[in-house]
Write a protein that binds this ligand. Structure first.
Ligand code: FAD
Length: 316
């Protein structure tokens, strides 16, 4: 079932979460271990992130450097099929532009359709570590909007091989939104216009980047509505878990902590106290969002579901 259908059917705020594929070499059990503790909150869908290849340079005997691509985590197709089969819950694979030609994207979507997976979250992806800015595949997409156009075209039966008559796909497409602006955008207004282009291209709902200040989310939703973005907007929350997160999350995700939260974090001397602050903040944020009637709250587990479980117990 599609994410938008779950939202339409729901009488109250839904619970959903995102998991990371395990590092290569680990078994599917590590995925189940992350999902099992959260199933009591009856998620309607579970997202599975996609991780691009990384490149390393190895020196050869002749002194030349060899560029080697490494995939640290497996793709999403098999994991999504396994989740749907084991839990009878919808799985939402993340699909990115980076590293994919349009043909590879089409093939991935055909595989998903065969498996009965009818949701995708369409993203651009970030630049790889060795690039200063995002470089699309020579035959791929530069922006998520273009990827969304490709999926919408397939939903109309328009494939790349136009000499063969193929069944239209029926994907429900999600897109990413940034309450604190995407870090590359010139300003929030420009970013919102680009978000609108994704919706106009066929995105049926938006999931936001993590944020810690609900006021920023509410204002983002207001601005979206003003420019005609009418689709459901799902807030994304991440419980801060350890001392490293304190500086890592703002640096990596380009988000700010509100003063009240940062002063609580400054008092923390160890991971345990940070975790406790993260849980309490997450509960407070979630309760306020739920009271405001958001369609769903989406939690970033980052392979650790224990804090999300403690928050969900108080909220759902
Ligand atoms: P876009 O919507 O393409 O936007 C990227 C930038 O380009 C923005 O600054 C935007 O304003 C600008 N822009 C957009 N269209 C145009 C245009 N036509 N002309 C000029 N500028 C334009 N990354 C992963 O690698 N794997 C994941 O699984 C993953 N999951 C995510 C899930 C969520 C909910 C979120 C919020 C992010 C996720 N990301 C993931 C990170 C995401 O890939 C990065 O934030 C990436 O930098 C931008 O992706 P996007 O889809 O928002 O890009």
């Amino acid at each position: 079932m599609k994410v938008t259908e779950h939202i339409k059917e729901a009488k109250e705020t839904l619970f959903s979460f995102e998991i990371l594929p395990p590092l290569k070499g680990k078994s599917i059990q590590s995925i189940y271990d992350g999902i099992d503790p959260l199933m009591e909150f009856k998620p309607k869908f579970v997202n599975v992130t996609y991780h691009r290849e990384e490149f390393i340079y190895k020196e050869r005997e002749n002194g030349l450097l060899e560029k080697i691509a490494i995939r640290k985590r497996p793709g999403t197709v098999g994991i999504c099929a396994a989740i749907m089969n084991k839990y009878q819950v919808d799985a939402v694979p993340h699909l990115i532009c980076g590293g994919f030609s349009r043909e590879e994207t089409e093939n991935a979507l055909i595989d998903l359709q065969f498996l009965g997976i009818d949701n995708v979250l369409a993203l651009r992806g970030d630049s790889i570590k060795t690039e200063s800015s995002f470089r699309p595949h020579p035959d791929g997409h530069a922006f998520a909007e273009n990827l969304i156009h490709q999926i919408s075209d397939m939903n109309k039966g328009n494939y790349m091989m136009d000499d063969v008559q193929l069944e239209p796909t029926d994907f429900c497409i999600g897109a990413a939104g940034y309450p604190e602006k995407h870090f590359e955008a010139m300003n929030l207004a420009f970013d919102l216009q680009n978000l609108k282009r994704k919706v106009d291209a066929g995105a049926e709902y938006i999931v936001t980047q993590m944020f810690f200040d609900n006021k920023k989310f509410f204002s983002f939703v207001e601005e979206c509505r003003k420019i005609g973005i009418a689709v459901p907007i799902i807030p994304g929350l991440k419980p801060i878990k350890n001392l490293t997160h304190i500086s890592f999350l703002p640096k990596f995700f380009h988000i700010d902590y509100p003063i009240e939260l940062s002063s609580e974090l400054l008092k923390c001397k160890d991971n345990k106290s940070v975790e406790q602050v993260g849980i309490e903040w997450g509960i407070q944020q979630s309760k306020e969002l739920k009271a405001a009637g958001v369609p769903c709250i989406h939690y970033y587990t980052m392979s650790n579901s224990s804090s999300v479980k403690k928050i969900a117990k108080q909220v759902f």
